[in-house]
Write a protein that binds this ligand. Structure first.
Ligand SMILES: [Zn+2]
Length: 94
């Protein structure tokens, strides 16, 4: 079980959180095609390595934040609120 450090509440069990998708996924323009919009909504890259993801503390403060996590080891490298920057450099997988 993961222990996720909510930037607002501190460390909590992963059972209190819900995953919200990739954090650095570029949103298509308003005049995009239906296929581009569908890919944005439902397409996931699922990379191997360090990724940035949106998570919500669904059974706590209900705030969204960013988790920098390694998808191989499940190690969480950083968490920070939406709209702020990570504490250190983030090396992401391609
Ligand atoms: Zn929280």
């Amino acid at each position: 079980m993961l222990l996720i450090a909510c930037p607002h509440c501190g460390p909590r069990s992963e059972l209190e959180f819900r995953w919200g998708g990739e954090a650095d996924k570029p949103r298509p323009l308003l005049d995009c095609t239906d296929a581009e919009w569908a890919t944005y909504l439902f397409g996931q890259r699922n990379p191997k390595g360090v990724v940035s993801e949106r998570w919500v503390h669904a059974y706590g403060c209900r705030q969204w934040f960013i988790v920098v996590r390694d998808t191989v080891s499940h190690q969480i490298n950083d968490t920070y609120p939406l709209g702020s920057s990570p504490a250190g450099p983030v090396e992401r997988s391609a």
